[in-house]
Design a protein around this ligand. Sequence first.
Ligand code: HEC
Ligand code: HEC
Length: 447
Amino acid sequence: MKKLSTALLVAAALFSGAAAAESIGMTPKLDAVPPPAESASFKPDPNLVALGKRVFFDPRLSEPQGTSCAACHDPGRAFAPTLAGEALRIGVPAGSRPGHVAPRNAPSLLYLRYIPHRYFFQDDDASFPSPFGGFFVDGRADTLAERIRGPLFSPDEMGNPSQRALQRKVAGTDLGQALTKQFGADAVHDPERLIGALGKALEAYFQSDEMAPFTSRFDDFLRKRTPLSPAEMRGLALFRNPDKGNCASCHLMMESSSRPERSLFTDFGYDAIAVPRNPLLPANKDAKHFDVGLCQTAHKLKWPEPDQWCGYFRTSGLRNVAVRQTFMHNGVFRTLRDTVAFYATRSTDPAQWYPGTKGTPLRFNDVPAKYQGNVNVNAVPMNRRPGTTPALTEDEIDDIVAFLRTLTDARYVGLMPDAAADKARSAHAPKAAAKTAATERPATNTR
Ligand code: HEC
Ligand code: HEC
């Protein structure tokens, strides 16, 4: 797994020339984890919030026009994509150009304001520092402008050919006027400043309380101890139990705190859990193509031994996960049930998840051979030997799914697929056992 040597670290710190703070490559190393921001600390300017919202929903910003940010981050689906047709078949959202799909799955943008800047931190019981934070699953963006450049100029997303082309498009529109009013005329005439202005407006929108609702049943449980159903409570316990799901070791939560921002279900760290390859992604038609995640960023930022981070992706926050249509960075899973089942049997029955790899030493079919050693084979429940008993039974998987469904904000509860139907659609669920999920239905749909 991760193997940063101390010598390299010291060298990195010296090279960086940073006086006070140590750094690894171009990324600061912190002595303490930054405390989670509190809801109350976000006070974006309401005018900027309104402007940011306008930008977010403006379909004129793409090339060809018609694809706004909201096209892939649907406010009706917790700002995650609503997929249809070919995009749904493949598992990732469609871009503005015909036949183009995004290279990855799109996350929900709710709770985005809590994502910290990139940093390294070494836990007391860890033998090496690990990276945290940054935007996108590979942490490649750390600033506002970087964050919006991606979608605006990617040919597979909003497809603008250049900053100048975008600038020409905005100048002379009502949006251009609104931007001028807020930021001055330069913000619309200078393409570089335009990106900055759009970024500032979007940032304010992402910081607004509208984008961090905390209205799930789990939030009621945290704040008012409103009871969850027995199945949901069992799921919560399994989620936290280090010998069972062990999910909370990465998907961080704090049951004892009534402050929901302490339970964002991610530590913003990265891990290599080796989800199966999605053969339908256009780039994957090339058998030699692999999405290696964090190590691309590691190279760019001059982290020592960057290839140790190949296969790492940022741990997803799980709020509103039950309304997603496809799961993981490559959209490979179609049901939440399959996604949870993956953790239970990835190591005990790998052939089920990585077709065609039976009997070969290379198990993880979406990680290049030379990086297979990066994959996490130590964390419960993924640390068992093939042929042994999984850490979670089928009923326990159902309980964890029931618990994850309580993380859905009130506005989206109606969008959750029926638990029994979800299980029936699952490729990796025992067909006869679909009854169990059906009996849980009333309890998980009480809102
Ligand atoms: C064609 C679909 C598409 C459009 C349009 C789109 N995005 Fe995205 N968005 C994605 C995908 C796919 C990802 C995940 C990419 C990755 O992690 O590498 C993403 C990720 C993000 C992230 C990172 C979230 C995180 O958790 O780190 C932000 C922020 C974001 N998008 C904002 C925007 C904004 C703002 C716009 C409009 C200017 C926009 N997106 C338009 C598909 C899209
Ligand atoms: C070792 C860290 C780790 C552990 C333990 C872990 N996860 Fe994850 N989880 C991740 C990472 C990293 C991702 C993103 C992987 C990717 O996209 O390739 C993820 C993604 C997910 C997703 C998909 C989210 C989405 O939006 O597509 C779900 C659901 C999930 N985990 C649930 C669980 C459950 C349930 C458990 C316990 C059984 C668990 N995880 C244990 C690290 C972990």
